[in-house]
Design a protein around this ligand. Structure first.
Ligand SMILES: Nc1ncnc2c1ncn2[C@@H]1O[C@H](COP(=O)(O)OP(=O)(O)OP(=O)(O)O)[C@@H](O)[C@H]1O
Ligand SMILES: [Mg+2]
Length: 282
């Protein structure tokens, strides 16, 4: 469980609070969208829960770890229980795509044999196999974002904290990414995801926390879902380059695609699409 009790955050030198009196509980296994205007405090909320920033007052507890009292030397160990996608990606520029993802496994002491199987598998899920040898600066924004996601997923973290993981990809890809996070969530992973895409939030029936000017303006347990097609259509009105037949069943598409990618890696062969994300780790 993630618990914020009366949490406020004022950055050094700032005149106003980035977050004020936040009280939130997120249960293990929940999927939560965090929405709100630019500057509302969404990234600050995520940075507090990963102990990248420290609360000015109040108490934050993540899976039993009190982030107010955690010792500095224990912070890296705490963060390794999280899969984090930063808004600015934070890929290591001197490492290839493969090594950026592999690095996340190396720091927790995973054996190279397992890394060699797991990394290509996760890259294939993100459609990045062809880019394994590229460096971050050789990738588009959307490709870099998918590398950041692959890195966040590769260790099967208990909690995924993703700051706008779909901010740089097209509507269909953003739908597929959320669908993938949703499937991880169904397997027990807690997912907290910031997004600006309201049409995306509407098509997935999940809890939505709205932050406005540093406060929780609303916290809706479930959104009355609209169809995935509505999201893609709403998005394609903005971007004409993206034309999608209105009746396409996207969940089927995502599963087919994931299955096709998975079959390219030996360890994932013979797995049903719904097992795909749990595969490739033995
Ligand atoms: N390191 C910092 N030092 C000082 N002020 C900061 C810092 N980081 C964020 N802020 C301020 O805190 C407020 C909340 O910022 P935050 O990054 O959490 O917003 P956000 O909701 O994630 O916005 P966006 O949608 O643009 O990413 C803003 O007013 C911002 O200027
Ligand atoms: Mg932000």
């Amino acid at each position: 469980m993630i618990e914020f009790n009366n949490v406020s955050k004022k950055y050094d030198g700032a005149s106003t609070y980035a977050l004020k009196d936040i009280n939130i509980k997120i249960e293990k296994g929940e999927f939560v969208f965090v929405v709100g205007a630019s500057g509302a405090g969404k990234s600050t909320f995520l940075k507090l829960m990963m102990r990248e920033e420290v609360a000015s007052s109040g108490e934050i507890i993540v899976e039993g770890v009190n982030l107010n009292t955690i010792k500095d030397k224990n912070i890296p160990e705490f963060r390794r229980t999280l899969g984090i996608v930063f808004q600015d990606f934070r890929l290591i520029p001197t490492m290839t795509v493969y090594d950026n993802v592999a690095f996340a496994m190396r720091v927790i002491g995973t054996k190279e044999k397992k890394i060699r199987r797991r990394v290509p598998y996760v890259l294939s899920l993100m459609g990045l196999n062809e880019k394994a040898r590229s460096y971050p600066k050789e990738l588009s924004g959307g490709e870099q974002q998918r590398v950041a996601l692959a890195r966040a997923l590769v260790n099967n973290a208990e909690i995924i904290i993703a700051d706008e993981p779909t901010g740089n990809v097209d509507p269909q890809m953003s739908y597929e990414i959320v669908d993938m996070l949703m499937r991880l969530n169904e397997a027990g992973t807690t997912v907290i995801m910031v997004t600006h895409e309201h049409s995306l939030v509407k098509c997935f029936d999940k809890r939505v926390i709205t932050i406005e000017k540093g406060s929780v303006a609303s916290d809706v347990a479930r959104f009355t879902g609209e169809s995935a097609t509505a999201h893609i259509n709403a998005a394609s009105e903005i971007s004409n380059e993206y034309v999608v037949p209105p009746d396409e069943d996207y969940s089927a598409y995502v599963s087919r695609d994931a299955a096709a990618s998975a079959s390219e890696t030996e360890e994932a062969e013979d797995k049903a699409p719904e097992e795909v994300l749990e595969g490739g780790e033995n």
